[in-house]
Write a new protein. Structure first.
Length: 321
Protein backbone atom coordinates (compact mmCIF):
# COMPACT_ATOMS: atom_id res chain seq x y z
CA UNK A 1 0.00 0.00 0.00
CA UNK A 2 1.22 3.50 -0.88
CA UNK A 3 1.19 6.78 1.03
CA UNK A 4 0.45 9.83 -1.14
CA UNK A 5 1.88 13.18 -0.03
CA UNK A 6 0.70 16.47 -1.46
CA UNK A 7 3.20 19.15 -0.48
CA UNK A 8 5.17 22.02 -1.94
CA UNK A 9 8.48 21.27 -3.62
CA UNK A 10 10.59 23.04 -0.98
CA UNK A 11 9.43 21.49 2.27
CA UNK A 12 12.28 20.08 4.34
CA UNK A 13 10.11 18.24 6.92
CA UNK A 14 8.47 16.38 4.04
CA UNK A 15 11.89 15.61 2.58
CA UNK A 16 12.94 14.03 5.87
CA UNK A 17 9.72 12.07 6.22
CA UNK A 18 9.88 10.73 2.64
CA UNK A 19 13.51 9.67 3.15
CA UNK A 20 12.66 7.89 6.39
CA UNK A 21 9.65 6.13 4.85
CA UNK A 22 11.73 5.00 1.88
CA UNK A 23 14.40 3.63 4.21
CA UNK A 24 11.70 1.72 6.07
CA UNK A 25 10.38 0.23 2.82
CA UNK A 26 7.10 2.18 2.80
CA UNK A 27 6.05 3.15 -0.75
CA UNK A 28 5.52 6.90 -1.17
CA UNK A 29 4.09 8.95 -4.03
CA UNK A 30 4.85 12.65 -3.60
CA UNK A 31 3.47 15.47 -5.73
CA UNK A 32 2.38 19.10 -5.51
CA UNK A 33 -1.05 20.11 -6.74
CA UNK A 34 0.64 22.88 -8.74
CA UNK A 35 1.83 20.05 -11.01
CA UNK A 36 -1.76 19.44 -12.14
CA UNK A 37 -2.62 19.31 -14.99
CA UNK A 38 0.73 19.83 -16.70
CA UNK A 39 2.97 17.47 -14.71
CA UNK A 40 0.43 15.40 -12.79
CA UNK A 41 -2.18 13.27 -14.55
CA UNK A 42 -5.32 11.56 -13.32
CA UNK A 43 -7.01 8.67 -15.14
CA UNK A 44 -9.98 7.40 -13.15
CA UNK A 45 -12.93 5.24 -14.19
CA UNK A 46 -15.91 4.52 -11.96
CA UNK A 47 -17.15 0.94 -12.23
CA UNK A 48 -18.26 -1.83 -9.91
CA UNK A 49 -18.99 0.69 -7.18
CA UNK A 50 -15.54 2.25 -6.88
CA UNK A 51 -12.88 4.27 -8.68
CA UNK A 52 -10.18 2.49 -10.71
CA UNK A 53 -7.22 4.18 -12.32
CA UNK A 54 -3.93 5.93 -11.72
CA UNK A 55 -2.36 9.13 -10.49
CA UNK A 56 0.89 9.65 -12.35
CA UNK A 57 3.85 11.87 -13.13
CA UNK A 58 6.56 11.40 -15.75
CA UNK A 59 8.62 9.37 -13.29
CA UNK A 60 6.09 7.21 -11.46
CA UNK A 61 2.45 6.25 -10.96
CA UNK A 62 0.22 4.94 -8.21
CA UNK A 63 -2.94 2.90 -8.58
CA UNK A 64 -5.89 4.52 -6.84
CA UNK A 65 -6.74 1.20 -5.23
CA UNK A 66 -3.23 1.04 -3.77
CA UNK A 67 -3.45 4.35 -1.89
CA UNK A 68 -3.56 3.76 1.85
CA UNK A 69 -3.30 7.31 3.22
CA UNK A 70 -2.94 10.90 2.00
CA UNK A 71 -0.90 13.54 3.81
CA UNK A 72 -2.30 16.86 2.61
CA UNK A 73 0.41 19.26 3.75
CA UNK A 74 -0.26 22.75 2.41
CA UNK A 75 0.26 22.04 -1.32
CA UNK A 76 0.36 24.88 -3.86
CA UNK A 77 -2.62 25.75 -6.04
CA UNK A 78 -3.24 24.22 -9.46
CA UNK A 79 -1.10 25.78 -12.18
CA UNK A 80 -2.50 25.97 -15.70
CA UNK A 81 -0.89 26.59 -19.08
CA UNK A 82 -0.20 30.16 -20.13
CA UNK A 83 -2.57 31.80 -22.55
CA UNK A 84 -5.83 31.01 -20.78
CA UNK A 85 -8.22 33.89 -20.29
CA UNK A 86 -9.37 34.75 -16.78
CA UNK A 87 -12.69 33.03 -17.45
CA UNK A 88 -10.97 29.91 -18.81
CA UNK A 89 -8.56 29.80 -15.87
CA UNK A 90 -11.39 30.16 -13.36
CA UNK A 91 -13.35 27.37 -15.07
CA UNK A 92 -10.27 25.12 -15.23
CA UNK A 93 -9.58 25.63 -11.53
CA UNK A 94 -13.15 24.74 -10.55
CA UNK A 95 -13.14 21.62 -12.74
CA UNK A 96 -9.78 20.51 -11.35
CA UNK A 97 -10.92 21.00 -7.76
CA UNK A 98 -14.19 19.15 -8.24
CA UNK A 99 -12.78 16.48 -10.58
CA UNK A 100 -9.38 15.56 -9.15
CA UNK A 101 -10.44 16.58 -5.66
CA UNK A 102 -13.68 14.68 -5.95
CA UNK A 103 -12.02 11.42 -6.96
CA UNK A 104 -9.47 11.68 -4.16
CA UNK A 105 -12.13 12.61 -1.60
CA UNK A 106 -14.09 9.47 -2.44
CA UNK A 107 -11.21 7.08 -1.74
CA UNK A 108 -11.53 4.96 1.45
CA UNK A 109 -8.23 6.19 2.90
CA UNK A 110 -6.89 8.08 5.91
CA UNK A 111 -6.47 11.82 5.34
CA UNK A 112 -3.99 13.84 7.36
CA UNK A 113 -5.93 16.08 7.19
CA UNK A 114 -9.01 15.99 4.95
CA UNK A 115 -8.82 19.33 3.07
CA UNK A 116 -12.32 20.58 3.91
CA UNK A 117 -11.89 19.82 7.59
CA UNK A 118 -8.46 21.43 7.65
CA UNK A 119 -9.95 24.50 5.96
CA UNK A 120 -12.75 24.73 8.55
CA UNK A 121 -10.21 24.34 11.36
CA UNK A 122 -8.35 27.47 10.17
CA UNK A 123 -11.09 29.77 11.47
CA UNK A 124 -9.75 31.08 14.78
CA UNK A 125 -13.15 32.14 16.15
CA UNK A 126 -14.28 28.54 15.56
CA UNK A 127 -11.12 27.28 17.28
CA UNK A 128 -11.84 29.30 20.41
CA UNK A 129 -15.46 28.15 20.54
CA UNK A 130 -14.50 24.51 19.96
CA UNK A 131 -11.74 24.66 22.57
CA UNK A 132 -14.17 26.05 25.14
CA UNK A 133 -16.78 23.39 24.36
CA UNK A 134 -14.06 20.75 24.76
CA UNK A 135 -13.16 21.95 28.25
CA UNK A 136 -10.09 24.08 27.47
CA UNK A 137 -9.50 27.57 28.87
CA UNK A 138 -9.33 30.41 26.34
CA UNK A 139 -8.56 34.13 26.77
CA UNK A 140 -11.19 36.83 26.33
CA UNK A 141 -11.16 37.78 22.65
CA UNK A 142 -12.61 40.51 20.46
CA UNK A 143 -13.21 40.34 16.70
CA UNK A 144 -14.09 43.73 15.26
CA UNK A 145 -13.58 46.38 12.61
CA UNK A 146 -14.86 49.12 14.94
CA UNK A 147 -12.10 51.23 16.55
CA UNK A 148 -14.28 52.18 19.53
CA UNK A 149 -14.79 48.52 20.37
CA UNK A 150 -11.03 48.02 20.76
CA UNK A 151 -10.80 50.86 23.29
CA UNK A 152 -13.82 49.57 25.19
CA UNK A 153 -12.44 46.01 25.23
CA UNK A 154 -8.98 47.13 26.39
CA UNK A 155 -10.46 49.24 29.18
CA UNK A 156 -11.82 46.04 30.76
CA UNK A 157 -8.53 44.15 30.47
CA UNK A 158 -6.41 44.19 33.65
CA UNK A 159 -3.13 43.29 31.93
CA UNK A 160 -3.56 44.97 28.54
CA UNK A 161 -4.29 43.46 25.13
CA UNK A 162 -2.51 42.11 22.07
CA UNK A 163 -3.35 42.15 18.38
CA UNK A 164 -3.05 38.98 16.31
CA UNK A 165 -3.61 38.01 12.70
CA UNK A 166 -6.29 35.51 11.75
CA UNK A 167 -4.26 33.99 8.92
CA UNK A 168 -0.64 33.65 7.87
CA UNK A 169 1.66 36.19 9.50
CA UNK A 170 3.57 36.97 6.29
CA UNK A 171 2.77 39.66 3.74
CA UNK A 172 4.56 40.35 0.45
CA UNK A 173 4.60 44.08 -0.32
CA UNK A 174 6.58 45.72 -3.14
CA UNK A 175 8.47 42.47 -3.64
CA UNK A 176 9.54 42.33 0.01
CA UNK A 177 8.44 39.63 2.46
CA UNK A 178 7.23 41.17 5.70
CA UNK A 179 6.33 39.36 8.90
CA UNK A 180 3.50 40.34 11.23
CA UNK A 181 3.97 39.21 14.83
CA UNK A 182 1.68 39.30 17.82
CA UNK A 183 1.73 42.91 19.00
CA UNK A 184 1.12 44.18 22.51
CA UNK A 185 -0.84 47.41 22.24
CA UNK A 186 0.70 50.37 24.06
CA UNK A 187 -1.07 53.37 25.52
CA UNK A 188 -0.07 55.55 22.54
CA UNK A 189 -1.66 53.09 20.09
CA UNK A 190 -5.14 54.00 21.32
CA UNK A 191 -4.70 57.60 20.16
CA UNK A 192 -5.23 56.54 16.54
CA UNK A 193 -7.11 53.32 15.81
CA UNK A 194 -8.40 54.27 12.37
CA UNK A 195 -6.64 51.27 10.80
CA UNK A 196 -9.00 48.94 12.68
CA UNK A 197 -11.81 49.95 10.30
CA UNK A 198 -10.00 48.54 7.25
CA UNK A 199 -10.79 44.89 8.02
CA UNK A 200 -11.53 42.39 10.79
CA UNK A 201 -9.04 42.42 13.67
CA UNK A 202 -8.42 39.98 16.52
CA UNK A 203 -7.73 41.60 19.89
CA UNK A 204 -7.09 39.39 22.89
CA UNK A 205 -6.38 39.75 26.60
CA UNK A 206 -2.68 39.63 27.37
CA UNK A 207 -1.94 36.65 29.64
CA UNK A 208 0.78 37.13 32.23
CA UNK A 209 2.61 33.92 31.43
CA UNK A 210 5.50 31.90 32.77
CA UNK A 211 6.22 30.22 29.46
CA UNK A 212 4.46 28.72 26.44
CA UNK A 213 3.99 25.23 25.02
CA UNK A 214 3.27 23.60 21.71
CA UNK A 215 1.39 20.33 21.75
CA UNK A 216 1.59 18.27 18.57
CA UNK A 217 -1.18 15.70 18.21
CA UNK A 218 -0.58 12.81 15.81
CA UNK A 219 -3.54 10.47 15.68
CA UNK A 220 -4.31 10.00 19.36
CA UNK A 221 -0.77 10.61 20.60
CA UNK A 222 0.30 13.91 22.18
CA UNK A 223 3.76 15.47 22.24
CA UNK A 224 4.09 18.44 24.59
CA UNK A 225 7.09 20.76 24.44
CA UNK A 226 7.53 23.86 26.59
CA UNK A 227 8.97 26.98 24.97
CA UNK A 228 10.91 29.27 27.30
CA UNK A 229 11.65 32.78 26.01
CA UNK A 230 14.80 34.59 27.13
CA UNK A 231 14.32 37.94 25.40
CA UNK A 232 11.67 40.63 25.68
CA UNK A 233 10.40 40.24 22.11
CA UNK A 234 10.27 36.45 22.33
CA UNK A 235 8.25 36.71 25.53
CA UNK A 236 5.51 38.44 23.52
CA UNK A 237 5.85 36.26 20.41
CA UNK A 238 8.48 33.51 20.44
CA UNK A 239 8.65 33.54 16.63
CA UNK A 240 10.53 36.85 16.78
CA UNK A 241 13.70 35.40 18.31
CA UNK A 242 14.32 31.67 17.92
CA UNK A 243 17.86 32.12 19.24
CA UNK A 244 16.45 33.16 22.62
CA UNK A 245 14.37 30.00 23.11
CA UNK A 246 14.95 26.82 25.06
CA UNK A 247 12.74 23.73 24.99
CA UNK A 248 11.76 20.87 27.23
CA UNK A 249 9.50 17.84 26.79
CA UNK A 250 6.57 18.07 29.20
CA UNK A 251 3.66 15.86 30.19
CA UNK A 252 0.41 17.43 29.07
CA UNK A 253 -2.03 17.79 32.01
CA UNK A 254 -4.84 15.24 31.96
CA UNK A 255 -7.59 17.83 31.53
CA UNK A 256 -5.77 19.42 28.59
CA UNK A 257 -5.10 15.98 27.08
CA UNK A 258 -8.80 15.10 27.26
CA UNK A 259 -9.79 18.47 25.85
CA UNK A 260 -7.45 18.12 22.89
CA UNK A 261 -8.68 14.60 22.14
CA UNK A 262 -12.24 15.94 22.06
CA UNK A 263 -11.14 18.89 19.92
CA UNK A 264 -9.55 16.58 17.33
CA UNK A 265 -12.68 14.43 17.18
CA UNK A 266 -15.02 17.42 16.97
CA UNK A 267 -13.20 18.96 13.98
CA UNK A 268 -12.33 15.62 12.37
CA UNK A 269 -8.56 16.08 12.45
CA UNK A 270 -5.78 13.48 12.46
CA UNK A 271 -2.94 15.96 12.98
CA UNK A 272 -2.70 19.41 14.57
CA UNK A 273 -0.27 21.60 16.48
CA UNK A 274 -1.69 23.56 19.43
CA UNK A 275 -0.20 26.62 21.09
CA UNK A 276 -0.72 27.33 24.79
CA UNK A 277 0.58 29.81 27.30
CA UNK A 278 0.98 28.76 30.94
CA UNK A 279 0.01 31.53 33.34
CA UNK A 280 1.34 32.38 36.79
CA UNK A 281 -1.12 29.92 38.34
CA UNK A 282 0.13 27.11 36.04
CA UNK A 283 -3.10 27.08 34.05
CA UNK A 284 -2.80 26.06 30.40
CA UNK A 285 -4.47 28.73 28.24
CA UNK A 286 -5.41 27.74 24.69
CA UNK A 287 -4.23 30.24 22.06
CA UNK A 288 -4.72 28.61 18.69
CA UNK A 289 -4.48 25.46 16.59
CA UNK A 290 -2.82 24.82 13.25
CA UNK A 291 -3.81 21.66 11.39
CA UNK A 292 -0.61 21.97 9.32
CA UNK A 293 1.59 23.30 12.11
CA UNK A 294 5.35 22.83 12.12
CA UNK A 295 7.05 20.32 14.40
CA UNK A 296 10.51 19.53 12.97
CA UNK A 297 12.46 22.12 14.95
CA UNK A 298 10.93 20.85 18.18
CA UNK A 299 11.85 17.28 17.31
CA UNK A 300 15.43 18.33 16.55
CA UNK A 301 15.66 20.23 19.85
CA UNK A 302 14.12 17.57 22.10
CA UNK A 303 14.28 14.21 20.32
CA UNK A 304 10.50 13.75 20.54
CA UNK A 305 9.65 11.01 17.97
CA UNK A 306 7.00 13.01 16.13
CA UNK A 307 8.18 12.15 12.62
CA UNK A 308 8.19 8.40 13.29
CA UNK A 309 4.74 8.57 14.88
CA UNK A 310 3.43 10.37 11.80
CA UNK A 311 5.03 7.72 9.57
CA UNK A 312 3.32 4.96 11.55
CA UNK A 313 -0.03 6.77 11.33
CA UNK A 314 0.28 7.13 7.55
CA UNK A 315 1.58 3.58 7.05
CA UNK A 316 -1.36 2.12 8.95
CA UNK A 317 -3.57 4.29 6.79
CA UNK A 318 -7.07 3.04 6.23
CA UNK A 319 -7.02 1.16 9.54
CA UNK A 320 -6.95 4.58 11.25
CA UNK A 321 -9.52 6.21 8.95
Amino acid sequence: MTVVIFAQDNDSPVDKLVLAMTQQGIPVFRADLSWFPQRLELDAEFRDGRWHGTLSTQSRAVELSDINAIWYRDPSAFRFAKGLSDAERSHAHLEARLGLGGVLASLPVLWVNYPNRAADAMYKPLQLLTATKCGLTVPRTLVTNRPEAVSEFAARSPNGVVGKTFGANTVTEDGTLKVVYTYRLRHADFNDLRGIATTAHQIQDWVEKKYEARVVVVGGRLFGVTIHAHSESAHIDWRTDFGALTYEIVDVPDDVDKGLQRYMTTLGLSYAAFDFCIDQCDRWIFLESNSGGQYSWLEEATGAPINQTLIELLADGAANA
